[in-house]
Design a protein around this ligand. Structure first.
Ligand code: PMP
Length: 376
């Protein structure tokens, strides 16, 4: 049961306890759940409208953007973006590549458009621990869009605010993969020139099987997408059909509505941001003050992700790492062992999404401090 487990998984992961209880409540009531209702039934339309309306309110999504619930996860959007924003394969898009997920985004986009990529590795080490400056020199001025990932889940790098494109290139829409940080900080939609922002649900806002895609309406329209774009991926088709072109992930949409209600009840996205900062600071404080017992690849504090904190133990020492994993598991802390791309040593990762409370992050921090005192 959730009460005995603290889930630090990078996703899918646990949702806030109050949301999980609300979900359980749905199943404990008589009548049909959104899993069994027709997606065109008025009862489901209400659920859908609620999820969209609350997401708009909580994330301050302006009226000139549409909210779509899309299929195919983050990877679906990796393909959907060039298929919608590039009319044919000769169109160019600029991609900032500074981690695992932006790399995957490029791999998929290359099938559908010309990718101009900005190498976002640290110029000195060659590691993905860096975010490059966006300049007139490194952005192709003919780009249909400029793409970036605002939180590189695996690498542990986050843009706490979206960057602005250089003045002369401001007309190019910014495309953001916010899969692992959406709903944990405000977004300046117009100010940052966001054209499309997407987030797979299974980290902060729901369950796998659903992705939220927010798109500026001027990017929609007949004939804009590639003629090869499948209907389920076509933003215009799905927008015109009000998210009902085909059967959407009904239950998952209801859950997003619950999460948005929860965020509102906590005090909104600004409060969630403060909690996210507090959670990450708790873990990073232990790492930084451990005299090298714990290590982090992210030296630049301004880029440290609040969502995913990679750390190693005694430089990746296998025995100490295993002892740490067993002892933390005995305390109900799970999800810390994950695959990471950093070559040397064995990095663990604490993911601190909406389902993890500040107190739970502090519990991990206390555990880490005690473990270091015992094994240092
Ligand atoms: N982008 C980011 C930033 C992610 O963290 C993930 C999932 N870990 C994805 C994309 C891929 O999402 P999916 O597995 O839903 O395709």
């Amino acid at each position: 049961p959730h009460s005995e487990v603290i889930n630090f998984s990078p996703g899918p992961t646990s949702l806030p306890k109050a949301v999980e209880e609300r979900i359980a409540g749905v199943f404990n009531q008589p009548g049909l759940t959104s899993l069994a209702l027709s997606h065109r039934a008025p009862e489901f339309l209400e659920i859908l409208d609620h999820a969209v309306m609350k997401a708009r309110e909580v994330m301050e999504i302006p009226d000139d953007y549409d909210v779509l619930f899309t299929h195919g996860g983050g990877h679906g959007q990796f393909a959907a973006l060039p298929l919608n924003l590039c009319h044919d394969q000769s169109d160019v898009a600029t991609y900032v590549v500074n981690g695992t997920w932006s790399t995957r985004g490029v791999d998929e986009a290359k099938r559908y458009c010309q990718v101009h990529s900005i190498d976002g590795r640290d110029p000195k080490t060659g590691d993905f621990t860096h975010f490059p400056e966006l300049t007139e020199e490194n952005i192709d001025p003919n780009s249909k869009y400029v793409y970036l990932c605002s939180n590189e889940t695996v690498n542990g790098i986050e843009l706490h605010r979206l960057p602005k494109l250089p003045e002369s290139l401001k007309h190019i829409p910014l495309v953001v993969d916010a899969s692992s940080d959406f709903s944990t900080k405000p977004i300046d939609w117009h100010g940052s020139g966001v054209g499309v922002l997407f987030a797979c649900a299974s980290k902060n806002i729901g369950h796998p099987g659903l992705t939220m895609t927010v798109i500026r309406k001027d990017l929609l329209g007949e004939g804009k997408a590639s003629p090869l774009c499948p209907g389920v991926f076509n933003y215009t088709t799905n927008s015109e059909a009000g998210n009902l072109w085909n059967t959407p992930a009904t239950f998952n949409i209801e859950v997003v509505g619950f999460v948005m209600d929860w965020i509102e009840a906590q005090g909104g996205v600004y409060e969630i941001e403060l909690r996210s900062i507090a959670k990450a600071v708790a873990i990073y404080d232990v790492i930084d003050s451990s005299n090298g017992f714990y290590g982090t690849p992210i030296e630049n504090k301004a880029l440290r992700s609040r969502m995913n904190v990679p750390f190693n133990i005694k430089g990746g020492d296998e025995e100490a790492t295993n002892a740490f994993l067993i002892a933390s598991w005995e305390k109900g802390m799970i999800g810390l062992r994950t695959l990471t791309p950093f070559g040397v040593g064995d990095y663990l990762r604490a993911s601190l999404y909406n389902g993890v409370t500040v107190e739970e992050a502090q519990k991990l921090a206390d555990f880490m401090r005690k473990f270091a005192a015992k094994h240092g």
